[in-house]
Design a protein around this ligand. Structure first.
Ligand code: ZN
Length: 330
């Protein structure tokens, strides 16, 4: 396969703190010989494990970039054993545009793995992570949130994996991150995800969904800040004592957890995030917005649990995920 067009301005093998870029040549109208410059920081001291920390895989999710731009400024080299690679805004063009996908090619970075060195800008970023950054890592944390169209209870997540030994390590890392909720997640469609790429490579991978709605709160940003440090301590990379608080385990036993809109309209959510629901409870009603005199369509819970996620904007389209119900465990 041809080499990646991306070149790092940092040396991943060098001890010390470095701030630089992943430089991706991108010729365009306003910059003929221009490049996309993706910020990257490397903090390395001696021999030890490597953690690869990313935010803004989707460009409209902000807890990751906030926590990681801060971390890159604050990490104390003297407390590090091993290496931390920080990419606060992985799909940098999407992050700059404040959109989920890239404004350059409409690429959804979390659906194009393993990427291509000769593909679109988004595919080139995926390929660089696939072939250059993931192989360096022992621990991989990808910080997501709901973005503009979803909102979640603040959760860290792992997946069910065929390799149970690896799954146990992922669960231990998820618990160490210590978000208020710790979820074993069932993906709607895992093809092309960064998660799957890391897991198939045998990496200890965790992701998160921290809030959403297209911004961050002080509380969700703080969960990310604490979680990143807790994970680095769990990995033995950062010296210090973890800040541990209670966390509720969540399971997604089947596709019944997802409630999908079968029509467009005005969303009336009937249950707030984190609240308990019983099978058959009305989670939301969708009103036709053309005229009065038509009854709303009701969407009910298909199992007992809590409301873990919801559609965020006030209007829904056909096919939107309206609600996600998860089951508390342990
Ligand atoms: Zn995301």
């Amino acid at each position: 396969m041809r080499p990646s067009p991306i070149a790092a301005t940092v040396d991943f093998d060098k001890d010390g703190t470095q701030h630089g870029f992943l430089k991706l040549p991108y010729s365009r109208d306003d910059s003929a010989w221009g490049a996309v410059m993706i910020p990257v920081a490397v903090v390395k001291r001696g021999q030890g494990p490597t953690a690869l920390l990313t935010g803004a895989n989707h460009g409209d999710e902000y807890e990751g970039p906030i926590a990681l731009f801060n971390l890159a400024n604050e990490l104390d080299l003297a407390r590090i054993t091993g290496r931390v690679i920080v990419v606060p805004a992985m799909n940098y063009p999407a992050f700059r545009a404040g959109t989920r996908t890239s404004p350059i090619d409409k690429g959804n970075l979390n659906r194009v793995f393993p990427g291509r060195p000769d593909g679109t800008v988004t595919e080139k970023i995926a390929d660089y992570f696939q072939r250059h950054l993931l192989p360096l890592a022992d621990y991989v944390l990808d910080i997501h949130s709901g973005g503009k169209t979803l909102q979640f209870v603040p959760l860290a997540a792992t997946h069910l994996l065929p390799d149970k030994g690896l799954q146990d390590k992922c669960v231990a890392s998820m618990r160490a991150f210590n978000a208020p909720y710790s979820m074993t997640m069932l993906e709607l469609d895992s093809v092309g995800m960064y998660d799957s790429a890391a897991e198939e490579m045998g990496k200890i991978f965790i992701s998160t969904e921290l809030g959403g709605g297209g911004s961050a709160t002080a509380a969700t940003a703080d969960i990310a800040r604490r979680g990143v440090r807790n994970l680095l301590m769990h990995a033995g990379i950062l010296a210090g004592s973890a800040d541990r608080r209670p966390s509720v385990g969540l399971d997604m036993p089947s596709g019944d957890c997802y409630v999908t809109s079968e029509g467009a309209g005005l969303l009336e959510i009937r249950i707030d995030l984190g609240a308990a629901v019983r099978k058959g409870d009305v989670l939301a009603r969708v009103h036709g917005y053309e005229r009065t005199g038509t009854p709303p369509v009701e969407y009910r819970a298909k199992l007992d649990g809590i409301l873990a996620g919801r559609h965020y904007p006030g209007l829904v389209q056909t096919g939107d995920t309206i609600a996600v119900v998860a089951v508390p465990v342990g």
